[in-house]
Design a protein. Structure first.
Length: 812
């Protein structure tokens, strides 16, 4: 009898456990959903700055190599495709060997305050050779442009109405779904991009047999041939190399596998009739490889054929299982809920519209955070190029700004969330890319600047473009090398992976060497300054009354170079590089002598070495606050006077800006421990944009598919805001881990699991009524850590692989 009772209790407990698990699982289901399709027949603009608004309602999937935008249209489906390496253009030598000889004269003029003359001479001499980046229109120049791969189009030969429409992107499984009823039949479509099977998979089903019929075609706005052969579509072509010849080659397959029904070829389309279910496997590749100076992979077609055959041989259920098993664990590693779980009962576009007035949509913030992680995972997997200005998703031939890699904020911002938001492996794509820039960057350093080391400027591409731009005002951003190198040390700081640090050491060392030769002593102060240099894209009124961009020692350069020198010096100590003594001695000496930014009379952090008036006080770039974020030199605790100067600068810059500018401002406010201001700017980002086309200064926002609007679409804002939200909840740059440093008043309750702190500690936090209620830490590498919450601090000596309760930090 007792035994029976015991058994019953155990059963009840088990049931309860299952129920709790199920409800816990149910709680975390971030998804973008809509009750209307995106219009698949609306036309794209092939080139230019105004993107088809329907494309910005479609939903993205990606596996790092391949991307797709899924429209979910009923009678005409469109799956717009991308292959991450698909670029026009070709390698070119843009380094100007005439530039360096003018440097002494320009520096002299700048030190003498003769800005007008210096600006003129810099503009004439310190630019690249040739067409450069094509001024953001490089599709037909050697610089090239990231382009759409093309479109898989479905014509269902129907015009009839439909009901109960539902479209969803499940961020945990990475599956885009569309479901609707038409003529009494329920149709379901699923689309995902599989990393393990290197393919995009589309699956169509209906709840009645033999109900699916359509014509399938594959095209591209230009330079393509499609043939329907052997029950598959094959599209191939060659892009423009920018010098009147043939550049990159590409090939893509679309292979339908039918359950029931039949398939025949009509011209260059496949006509599928009366199928019960269809799986379409899409694979694609180019003849590109990331390797200076040839960038060619001749073997790509054989490899692609192999990948395609393997995927086609697998059943849909297997492909789906492979994908979900790969994708979901990454998504579930780090989850965020704000104010009692996630309420996703409202379509994403309505949430966005509601937020214009409520400015309080916790579900939207948590969704946006999960989406940022989703987009990074989908656009940055091992072996692929890093996420570009549009991640991997671009539907044009001339993509805005060539869909390239801007290194004066944008590509760096793409990778801000990688470590803290627990997607560290995604960061490695940037490492590979940085390493690939060293060789061409050495050429630029030597030829353009007559220095050692390697040097890049504000814009680069897949062809190793490292020269300055074609206008010095924006193109002479010599701080770019130091800034991008921050990512190498940051990956180490979070992972403690010494092998990695050893691998990137030569990159750091050679970057320092460039600055050793580039920096000059300002006779007035005896300090080392960078110049001639721009503070990214900002202008000032010089002391001689002229409007200028170029000066000696702009704060941004001084800060990023400091960051590089400090990190390299720390790396040498960590790696115990005794043989590098003469290098590290020079490094120390340069570090000590580097000019530091000053505070102006009006209390702001100075953007330039002199107190110039800026032409546009609300300029979108906030480069001189690098030291606050993503740099660590300005500290809320250790340098409060600099923190408050940064705050003054931020207030003057205002609360508007492009999408990425807003994202950066959220992170600044987080570092200043001002959660409410951070939330205010997040709300400015989470509303539909004010402009359709490009707008440099304002109108940053979010489209219906929650892509960031610069405008136009630019993915950096998604990533920057994701990192900034993490920074509101956890910071670890001060030498200790701080829990909930910038929690907004409106985020009363919440839970964030699996954020990462420097030293490789996983952090789990719960709060209620604005108070920490539960927290623990998993030490992945062991070691001592200090954890702070409000005015309490504890020190833990941790063992690798063990969990530690942080209950002592909770206020009783
Ligand atoms: C920088 C910014 C622009 C834009 C471009 C891609 O030049 O100043 O706003 O984001 O990158």
């Amino acid at each position: 009898m007792v035994k029976e009772k015991f058994k019953k209790t155990i059963c009840l407990l088990l049931l309860l456990q299952i129920f709790c698990d199920a409800s816990a699982q149910k709680k975390y289901q971030p998804e973008l959903w809509y009750n209307e399709p995106a219009n698949a027949v609306a036309k794209d603009n092939k080139d230019g700055w105004s993107v088809n608004p329907e494309w910005l309602k479609a939903l993205p999937v990606g596996n790092g190599y391949l991307g797709a935008m899924v429209f979910g249209d009923v009678n005409h489906e469109r799956i717009q495709l991308n292959e991450k390496s698909l670029w026009s253009g070709s390698p070119a030598d843009n380094d100007n060997s005439d530039a360096a000889k003018y440097l002494p004269e320009i520096r002299k003029l700048l030190f003498e305050g003769k800005y007008k003359e210096a600006t003129k001479l810099t503009a004439e001499t310190q630019i690249c050779k040739g067409a450069g980046t094509g001024n953001g229109n490089g599709a037909k120049a050697t610089f090239g442009c990231y382009q759409t791969l093309g479109d898989l189009r479905f014509d269902f030969h129907k015009n009839s109405t439909y009901k109960n429409y539902y479209r969803q992107l499940d961020l945990v499984t990475g599956i885009a779904l569309a479901r609707f009823q038409q003529n009494g039949i329920t149709y379901t479509r699923e689309v995902f991009a599989s990393y393990p099977d290197k393919a995009i998979i589309i699956h169509l089903t209906a709840n009645k047999p033999n109900a699916i019929s359509f014509a399938l075609s594959l095209d591209r706005p230009e330079r393509f041939t499609t043939v329907a052969e052997n029950n598959r579509l094959v599209m191939s072509g060659t892009l423009d190399n920018g010098i009147g010849g043939n550049g990159m080659k590409y090939k893509t397959y679309a292979v339908p596998v039918l359950t029931g029904g039949s398939m025949k070829t009509i011209n260059n389309t496949l006509e599928i009739s009366n199928a019960t279910a269809i799986t379409i496997i899409i694979t694609a590749a180019t003849n590109y490889r990331l390797h200076y100076p040839d960038y060619i992979n001749n073997n790509f077609e054989t490899a692609l054929e192999g990948v395609t055959k393997k995927a086609v041989a697998k059943k849909y259920a297997v492909l789906k299982q492979n994908h979900v098993r790969d994708f979901s664990p990454h998504m579930l590693r780090n989850t965020l809920q704000i104010n009692n779980g996630i309420n996703y009962n409202i379509p994403a576009n309505r949430l966005l519209e509601r937020n214009i007035t409520t400015k309080n949509e916790p579900a939207l913030y948590a969704l946006y955070y999960a989406y940022g992680r989703y987009l990074l995972l989908s656009s940055s997997r091992k072996g692929s190029l890093p996420a570009n200005l549009q991640g991997i998703w671009a539907n044009q031939i001339q993509t805005p700004w060539n869909g390239d890699y801007h290194t004066d904020i944008n590509v760096q911002m793409n990778y801000w969330p990688a470590e803290v938001a627990n997607l560290s492996e995604c960061h490695l794509q940037l490492t590979d890319f940085i390493q690939s820039l060293v060789q061409p960057g050495k050429h630029t350093a030597q030829i353009q600047h007559n220095t050692g080391g390697w040097s890049i400027h504000p814009v680069t591409n897949v062809w190793g473009y490292t020269a300055p731009g074609e206008e010095a005002s924006w193109g002479l951003h010599v701080g770019a090398t130091a800034w991008i190198c921050q990512h190498l040390f940051t990956h180490y700081a979070f992972t403690k992976d010494e092998n990695y640090l050893r691998r990137v050491w030569p990159v750091l060392k050679e970057a320092c060497r460039f600055y050793f030769d580039w920096l000059v002593t300002d006779a007035a102060t005896g300090k080392l300054v960078s110049g001639p240099a721009a503070s990214p894209e900002n202008s000032f009124i010089a002391s001689d009354g002229s409007e200028a961009q170029i000066s000696m020692g702009p704060s941004h350069d001084q800060e990023v170079i400091y960051d590089l020198f400090k990190n390299t010096s720390d790396a040498a100590t960590i790696l115990q590089l005794t043989t590098e003594k003469s290098f590290t001695d020079t490094l120390q000496q340069k570090l000590q002598n580097l000019a530091r930014p000053a505070i102006a009379k009006d209390g702001r952090l100075m953007e330039w070495a002199e107190e110039f008036k800026e032409v546009d006080p609300h300029h979108r770039h906030v480069s001189h606050l690098f030291a606050l974020y993503p740099g660590n030199e300005i500290s809320f605790y250790k340098t409060p006077e600099y923190a408050s100067a940064a705050k003054q600068s931020l207030i003057t810059r205002g609360d508007g800006g492009t999408g990425w500018s807003l994202a950066w401002k959220i992170a600044f406010w987080a570092r200043l421990h001002e959660g409410d201001s951070a939330l205010m700017i997040l709300n400015n980002l989470l509303h539909p944009p004010l402009h359709d086309a490009a707008s440099y200064n304002d109108g940053g926002g979010s489209y219906y598919n929650l892509f960031d609007a610069c405008p136009p679409f630019q993915i950096d804002g998604n990533f920057g805001a994701t990192a900034a939200i993490a920074e509101m909840l956890l910071q670890s740059h001060e030498g200790f881990i701080e829990l909930l440093p910038a929690l907004p008043a409106k985020w009363k309750d919440g839970e964030v699991n699996g954020l990462v702190a420097r030293g490789d500690f996983l952090i789990y936090i719960q709060w209620k009524n604005h108070q920490l209620t539960n927290a623990k830490l998993l030490s992945k590498k062991g070691g001592i850590c200090i954890v702070k919450y409000r005015d309490k601090k504890i020190s833990l000596s941790t063992k690798q692989g063990q969990y530690y309760s942080l209950a002592q930090l909770i206020n009783k």
